[in-house]
Design a protein around this ligand. Structure first.
Ligand code: ZN
Length: 51
């Protein structure tokens, strides 16, 4: 598997369930919008739509 280069857990879009880029304060969703860290539910567990 890929080597994890970041100590931070992956942030997931609360709307799309997709992995976000950027952070730790402001993330970018591949769907084309931004998500603030405060809007991310840290308990959120996205469904595995793809592997
Ligand atoms: Zn999104």
């Amino acid at each position: 598997m890929a080597t994890t280069t970041s100590a931070r857990p992956t942030a997931w879009c609360p709307s799309h369930g997709t992995p976000l880029e950027g952070g730790p304060i402001l993330f970018r969703c591949p769907e084309g919008h931004r998500v603030q860290a405060a809007d991310i539910d840290r308990e959120y567990q996205p469904r595995r739509a793809e592997q």
